[in-house]
Design a binder for this molecule. Structure first.
Ligand code: PLP
Ligand code: COI
Length: 340
């Protein structure tokens, strides 16, 4: 039986659900993993995750389709990316095949928490891994926990589809040859001050620049960015210090193959912002959130699409992507993973 929740008024937050998936790594191997009701993690006070932030995570969603199937969107790519994050942080690999199986198990166990079709909500799935045994010298742990929690969520930005405002901060997110391209918890820890500061000043998010030259657009704290040119070309920053967003890769494909638009990944200079007609943030949590304005140290760049609604191309991309995710539009092969 579906849970009795006011799905339409959900924001993006944690809600404790019935079950979580847990596997542990010790003596060089992973345990078989299990579904449990225990929402507490008990680890040593000197665990590597607590001292040196040895943790990485993923984010994906489960959706209910019109014919009441429960599906996930390209979870194989999350599994692959988690392998890459773990490798960069000297953590053991939780194999992507097991990742998929664990996602399936935990969503099935929490099936009543998957919001109904057309409710505007979805089930957010958060796999993560962390070093659990004590370390004092700076070195990786040799014991780990892999865990998946799920939570029904609504829109990431309050106000849903209303365009948001970004500011160009004086803080950097990722260093050249650092960890910006993987989903390490540390990337988010260092963004906390910048996001609180942005919110205090009335902005929704930070638009980070490349930290080497501070001339090129990178991404925000929790999403990639796309722009639409006056010729209806979809462009997105090419950089090896941003997270390779699965949503962005999918949108670029949708732009080209479903909407017949040119879609280009290239370096984007901050001076070019004034030439674009639309801008949006893309990610699992953000989906495709329109950006109306960017403020760069007092200089305001208001996109022609304005502050009232998403631009035309952004709206088409959104409708097509979410149509594919909810099973209303024929997906490219392999994009939809059935849970039940
Ligand atoms: N960039 C950052 C920093 C993120 O945290 C996320 C969220 O996962 C994304 C981009 C979007 O990636 P994806 O589309 O794979 O969710
Ligand atoms: C996601 O979109 O899944 C993320 O991990 C972004 C996070 C900031 C909520």
């Amino acid at each position: 039986m579906e849970k009795n929740i006011d799905w339409g008024s959900l924001g993006f937050g944690y809600m404790k659900t019935d079950y979580r998936y847990v596997a542990n790594y010790k003596d060089g191997k992973w345990t078989s993993g299990q579904i449990t009701t225990d929402d507490k993690v008990v680890i040593n006070e000197c665990a590597c995750v607590l001292q040196y932030a040895q943790t990485c995570f993923e984010g994906l969603k489960a959706y209910r389709t019109k014919d009441n199937k429960v599906v996930c969107f390209r979870p194989d790519l999350n599994g692959e990316r988690m392998e890459q994050s773990a490798a960069r942080l000297e953590m053991p690999i939780f194999p992507k095949e097991r990742f998929l199986e664990a996602v399936k198990q935990v969503v099935k166990a929490n099936i009543d928490w998957v919001p109904p079709f057309e409710s505007g909500a979805s089930l957010y799935i958060r796999p993560y891994m962390f070093g659990t045994n004590p370390v004092m010298g700076v070195k990786p742990a040799n014991e780990y926990q892999f865990r998946i929690i799920v939570s029904p969520v609504g829109p990431y930005f309050k106000g849903g589809a209303k365009p948001i405002t970004l500011r160009v901060p004086d803080f950097d997110r990722a260093a050249p040859r650092g960890t910006g391209h993987v989903k390490a918890g540390l990337n988010y820890a260092m963004s906390l001050h910048a996001i609180v500061d942005a919110h205090n000043q009335g902005y929704n998010e930070n638009m980070y620049l490349d930290s080497a030259t501070r001339t090129k657009v990178e991404e925000t704290g929790g999403a990639n960015i796309i722009f639409v040119t006056k010729d209806n070309e979809v462009v997105t920053p090419k950089s090896n210090t941003i997270l390779p967003s699965i949503t962005r890769r999918s949108l670029m494909y949708v732009a080209e193959h479903y909407l017949g638009l040119e879609a280009t990944e290239r370096e984007i200079r901050i001076e070019e912002l004034k030439d674009f007609k639309e801008c949006a943030l893309c990610g699992t949590a953000a989906v495709l959130s329109p950006v109306g304005k960017v403020v760069d140290h007092g200089k305001e760049i208001l996109f022609p699409s304005g502050m009232e609604k998403a631009g035309e191309i952004t709206q088409k991309l959104y409708d097509t992507l979410t149509g594919i995710q909810k099973g209303e539009i024929e997906p490219p092969k392999g994009w939809i993973f059935e849970i039940n």
